[in-house]
Design a protein around this ligand. Structure first.
Ligand code: DX5
Ligand code: ZN
Length: 217
């Protein structure tokens, strides 16, 4: 089964951020997941452009940005300038989702839509074919290291069916509480991108954990 692994920098040691990015560069990870929070849409604030710019300068893996902010369309050009490969916006923050998705693609990035745990995958039925990726949150967004929500498996299965029935190649990314065991179950349910924060960065040997998440599943 082929899939992508995207370590989430949110759980990294920010006092040694350069070292952490180098570790990901030298690992078997596929992408680097950047969590952007505004303290409005989610009850936490993470990193902003000055930090992401420096990260982008040394990162060699494609950048996968997850925007947990209101009015995400305002910042689309800045993420493009940063060199971001895939930009995902929350369904719950976009009243004009179709237009936001078109803008992301027009400037040359892959467009993803993120669903909170309570948002049904069926709400994407009329926009699915426009999307490069759907990100299913398996925790409530805002923090790393939270408890995994098991109902997420069912959402991934339902979304996989919607995508396959339409003959689309939309990626399904899962984010929150992913470790070896849940990663395997998520891939079986139909996901093809795994985000992992705590399970990698709090492991005794993060490089080895990345290797296991890529080879032991
Ligand atoms: C949560 C973020 C996640 C987070 C995942 O809002 O979107 O990317 O870093 O962390 P873990 O894997 O620790 O749940
Ligand atoms: Zn995320």
């Amino acid at each position: 089964m082929s899939y992508f692994l995207a370590p989430s920098l949110l759980s990294a040691d920010f006092l040694h951020l350069g070292k952490e990015v180098e570790m990901i560069n030298n690992s078997e990870a596929d992408w680097l997941h950047l969590d952007v929070m505004d303290g409005v849409f989610v009850p936490n604030i993470s990193i902003g452009f000055p930090v992401m710019k420096q990260v982008a300068q040394i990162a060699t893996k494609p950048l996968d940005a997850h925007l947990m902010i209101v009015d995400p369309q305002k910042f689309i050009p800045q993420f493009r300038d940063l060199g971001v490969n895939s930009l995902s916006v929350h369904y719950e923050t976009c009243p004009h989702l179709h237009s936001t998705v078109q803008k992301i693609k027009e400037v040359g990035m892959k467009a993803g839509v993120v669903l909170n745990p309570h948002t049904p995958v069926e709400l994407l039925i009329d926009i699915l074919e426009e999307l490069d990726m759907v990100l299913i949150m398996s925790v409530n967004p805002g923090f790393g290291g939270q408890q995994f929500i098991p109902h997420s498996y069912d959402k991934v299965r339902r979304l996989r069916k919607m995508i396959d029935e339409r003959g689309l190649d939309t990626l399904i990314e899962v984010d929150g509480g992913i470790n070896l065991e849940r990663g395997k179950l998520m891939l079986e349910a139909g996901a093809n991108v795994l985000v992992a924060g705590n399970s990698i960065f709090k492991a005794p040997d993060p490089l080895e954990m990345i290797r296991e998440l890529k080879t032991k599943i």
